[in-house]
Every structure is written in C-alpha cells, then in structure tokens.
Write a protein that binds this ligand. Structure first.
Ligand SMILES: NC(=O)c1ccc[n+]([C@@H]2O[C@H](COP(=O)([O-])OP(=O)(O)OC[C@H]3O[C@@H](n4cnc5c(N)ncnc54)[C@H](O)[C@@H]3O)[C@@H](O)[C@H]2O)c1
Length: 356
C-alpha cells in the first residue's frame, strides 16, 4: 500500500513534494502552507492553509515538516498526536523541553521521528565515512566544522512573502525580518556541521560552551552574526563548531578531523578541496582526495536515499537512520552552546535524552 504523505511548508518543501512523488510506494496527497500563492502551485493535491485541518482531513501516514524552524516542534507534536510519522527539517526543536516532548510522544506512540539531516547522505560525508571506518585516521580525538553563509540577501520580507536584502531596512515600513534573520541563532542550525561529525565518529555531546559576536553587521535585522561552540563528547573528544549567516562570506562548509594516525581537512569554497595526511602513507605528506561534494558514488540523489531509508524503517518498523534520539543529539548541542553564549560562556550540560 502507498504511504500517504503530507508536506507542510512549500519553500524547500516544494522540492520534497517532487522527491517523494518520484519514490515507489509513496504518494503526496496533501500540502499545507499559510500562503495561498504557494498552495496555488499544487493543483492536483489537497491544499490546506490551516495545519490542523490538514492533519484532520487528509488521512496521512507521514508528515514532512518543512516550515520555518520555530514551527517545527509544535507541528511535529501535533502530527504525531494525529497518528503520523514525522520527517522534520532542521532545526527540529528550539529547546530542551521541545526535544523531550518529541522523545516522549515517540516513545508513547511508537511512531517514527527523523530529522532530515541530508548532509550525511552527501558524497563527501559518505566518502569520509569509508576512510574513518577503515581506521586510516586511528582514533579521532578532535573534530571541527564551520558553516558560513551570507544570507543577508533575503533577510527581510513584505506582506506578500517577497524577500528583500537586510540593507533595505528602513526603506519601507512593511518590511520585517524573516525567521532566519530574527529567530535563528546561528548554532540552532548546527545539524549540517555537527550531524556529519557525530555520524563519522559515532559519538554524542555531553557539554557545551558558546561565544557569539552579537549584532554588528545588520543590527536591526539579525541579532547574532556569528557563533562558535566548543563541545565535549561522551567518547572524550572535543568538537569546535562555527556558524554565521549575517556576514560578508558566501556559502562555505569546512570540516576537520584530527586522529591519532592521520588528519583530514575538507573545505567547500565554491568548489571542494579535501586534503588528507596519513601517518602510514609511505609517500608521506598531504595528499589530495578526489571526491564530489553532493553527488554520491552510486549516482543517486542524496535526499532520495535519505527518504528511502526513512520509508524502509517505517515499513519494517525499525529505527530510522536518524532516530528520535539521534535527531536531538544532532540539534541540542548547538542550542546549549547558544544558551552558554548568552550566559557569557558558562558550561551548559547537554542532556542525554536516551536516559530521560
Ligand atoms: N537541509 C537543507 O539543506 C535545507 C535547505 C534550505 C532550508 N532548509 C530548512 O527547510 C525549512 C524551510 O526552509 P525554507 O527555506 O523553505 O523556509 P521559508 O521561510 O522560505 O519557507 C517556508 C514556507 O513555509 C510557509 N509557512 C510559514 N509558516 C507556516 C505555517 N505555520 N504552516 C504552514 N506553512 C507555513 C511559508 O509560507 C513558506 O512557503 C527550514 O527549516 C530550513 O531550515 C534546509
């Protein structure tokens, strides 16, 4: 029988409608968005501007929550209370309390919850995983990652949902900051940096320290320009994360892994460069590793593979590849580091929700 999917939020969610519709055994039956203009593009489907009605009337098996970040936990909880499995975009929660509530409902209902942390399925991460699993780095003792992406170009929005640059602030009375600008502390968006690191090391974080810049670049629009966190892991490792979205620096992703027998430094600055140094390499020195950033060696789209693995877990009633605990382990450390930054760098404990 086809799994009946509903997709909420039709910005990035429009791509999810396409990706899901191309998977055998899946049917997107309904979409939900507060914008009528967004809904108009989905003629053949049931369309809802009211999220409760979307859940009540469309008899869904699975909901993809692809709305603005601050909506995710409330909408995920409502979907699970309505008997649906949930795939949530990042960040899946905004607080420890929201994380606990989702863990509780997943335990009580047996429904699957998965954070759609697609970077793990990208070519670069799958390639690094093979190197790490082959033991070429020895024991990884320190890892770091940076996601810096100048998002100032669309940080303001008008009543029709049209985006404007942060520099347009004050030029018109109807322009307000988007959720990404006003309600997304940089490290709340940590899963693209932290998720791959924890996946590669099979570890989880126990404490967090954070520092941030405050608002210097576009102070009326975005309250924190850049933020860094230092995380301790249960496996005794240290992790450094840096995120910044209100800064004159186009998209880049950096990852560094430092092991007892080798190291890797990977950076995408408009093109991927991966350098590795392996102690047991007879030629010695830094070597270039050839790999693609997004494209996988199997030629499949990374998001499709992620979706197929989630669907397989629903069908087989097994844990999804990023289960409810892992979803929170990829998300909460960044929230804790932000809380720390707001408290002058105090150490904040990252709760172990497996024991909660
Ligand atoms: N994994 C990735 O690489 C990646 C890339 C882009 C975005 N994202 C994530 O995807 C999510 C959506 O991002 P986006 O860029 O599409 O955001 P967006 O703000 O551009 O669009 C969100 C859509 O949701 C609609 N919406 C707003 N409130 C709603 C509500 N209460 N109920 C239903 N619909 C509502 C808006 O009208 C809009 O169409 C975010 O969580 C973002 O972090 C992830």
């Amino acid at each position: 029988m086809n799994l009946r999917w509903g997709v909420a939020g039709l910005g990035r969610g429009a791509s999810f409608v396409e990706w899901l519709s191309a998977i055998d055994g899946c049917e997107v039956v309904a979409v939900c968005d507060v914008s009528e203009a967004a809904l108009q593009r989905f003629d053949g489907l049931q369309t809802y501007s009211d999220y409760s009605e979307f859940l009540e009337k469309s008899h869904l098996d699975v909901v993809a929550v692809i709305t603005p970040g601050p909506e995710h936990a409330t909408q995920s909880l409502a979907a699970m209370e309505a008997g649906c499995h949930v795939l949530s975009e990042t960040p899946c929660v905004y607080s420890i309390e929201e994380a606990q509530a989702i863990v509780d409902v997943a335990r009580r209902t047996g429904l699957k919850f998965m954070l759609a942390e697609d970077y793990i399925w990208m070519g670069w991460c799958q390639n690094l995983k093979k190197i790490v699993d082959a033991g070429k780095l020895g024991d990884i003792i320190f890892a770091e990652a940076e996601y810096t992406h100048d998002c100032r170009g669309g940080m303001l929005v008008d009543a029709d949902g049209k985006h404007y640059p942060a520099s347009a602030w004050g030029s018109r009375e109807d322009l307000t900051p988007t959720w990404r600008a006003a309600d997304l502390p940089p490290l709340f968006y940590c899963s693209h940096t932290l998720g791959p690191l924890l996946y590669l090391m099979q570890d989880r974080c126990t404490t967090a320290i954070g520092l941030n810049t405050g608002a210097k670049v576009a102070p009326e629009v975005c309250p924190v320009d850049m933020e860094s966190g230092l995380l301790q892991t249960a496996g005794g490792r240290a992790i450094r994360l840096t995120n910044g979205f209100c800064i004159a620096h186009p998209f880049s992703l950096f990852t560094g892994l430092y092991g007892s027998r080798g190291s890797i430094r990977m950076v995408n600055l408009g093109g991927l460069q991966v350098k590795a140094w392996f102690e047991d390499d007879p030629d010695g020195g830094w070597q270039d590793l050839a790999m693609e950033y997004e494209e996988r060696e199997d030629g499949h789209h990374w998001v499709t593979v992620m979706l197929e693995e989630f669907i397989a877990a629903i069908r087989a009633d097994t844990d999804p590849p990023v289960d409810v605990y892992r979803s929170m382990e990829y998300t909460l450390p960044g929230i804790c580091a932000h809380v720390s930054a707001e408290q002058g760098g105090k150490v904040v404990e990252v709760p172990d929700l497996r024991k909660s």
